[in-house]
Write a protein that binds this ligand. Structure first.
Ligand SMILES: [Zn+2]
Ligand SMILES: [Zn+2]
Length: 285
């Protein structure tokens, strides 16, 4: 079976390396597909955050909206920094206060060129800051809006695996692409998400020693369907656990995937970046 281009390139690279044609560590290219640059402390040091990411080889960052105000702020950041792209949407936590005018406003923002996704949207039955019925309605409505503007969706799902998959099957199947961010299900859920044609994205949680199930998921999901993210300023990977996270640290997520999949880091970098550029239609910088 012929693998994805990035895997074949990795094999080519390894063969050159073993034959002594190249001996320098290649410049690697990472994309943080999920950060919240509008949230403190990232927003008060945005230039520092972006330049540290750039130095670490994280050449593109997608900053994610959680409500109308944050979607606006993220779009401003995307317009300010060439390597930053924005997603607009209403997080399940914030759906209870959202008016129909706000949804209309999001549709307008979504038409701007630096908006590359609709999100984050979905269901959160763990914290349940908004009533479940409102979350479900807002999730379905925003899937339809993403279809209308032809954007991929970024799905947030906690404690609602079966319902999230059910709604995606009904509303999005075959008509919409997207990613299940900060994946927290098991291999069975991962299979259902892959069957829908969606990507699976993992955070610094995979570096935690007790993250057995997510490590199993990473072992199971083919590299051509994986994305990496920080979800910064949250979920700092080991060895920064407990401190504010930032896009530069997405490399620790890639390193852990490399360990789990017993695959060179440069191949993980290339595949996950190719995947992100394909899904979100990002240019090669
Ligand atoms: Zn989330
Ligand atoms: Zn998030």
């Amino acid at each position: 079976m012929v693998g994805p281009t990035c895997v074949l390139q990795g094999l080519f690279y390894k063969s050159l390396l073993s034959q002594g044609f190249i001996n320098i560590f290649p410049v690697m290219d990472f994309i943080d597909t999920h950060a919240h640059l509008d949230i403190l402390p990232l927003t008060e040091d945005k230039s520092g955050v972006i330049s540290r990411a750039e130095k670490a080889g994280v050449h593109q960052v997608i900053t994610i909206g959680i409500d109308l105000a944050s979607s606006r702020k993220n779009l401003e950041l995307a317009e300010q920094f060439p390597q930053v792209y924005a997603a607009v949407g209403i997080h399940p936590h914030d759906t209870k206060g959202a008016s129909s005018d706000e949804y209309k406003e999001l549709l307008k923002l979504a038409a701007t060129p630096k908006v590359v996704a609709w999100g984050e949207i979905g269901l959160d039955f763990v914290k349940e800051y908004s009533p479940r019925d409102i979350q479900r309605k807002a999730f379905r409505q925003q899937i339809q809006m993403a279809k209308q503007v032809d954007l991929p969706v970024i799905i947030h799902n906690r404690g609602a695996h079966a319902e999230t998959v059910h709604i995606l099957r009904e509303e999005a199947f075959g008509a919409l692409r997207g990613v299940m961010h900060c994946f927290s299900g098991d291999v069975k859920v991962a299979k259902q998400v892959l069957d829908l044609g969606f990507f699976i994205s993992v955070t610094g949680i995979i570096t935690f020693s007790n993250a057995k199930v997510v490590k199993e998921v990473v072992r199971y999901v083919p590299l051509e369907r994986l994305l990496i993210e920080t979800d910064s300023p949250f979920l700092s990977p080991v060895p920064y656990r407990g401190k504010p996270n930032e896009p530069a640290r997405v490399i620790h997520v890639a390193e852990e995937i490399a360990r789990i999949k017993k695959t060179p880091l440069e191949e993980i970098a290339q595949c996950t970046s190719d995947n992100a550029r394909g899904l979100f239609r990002l240019p090669v910088p």
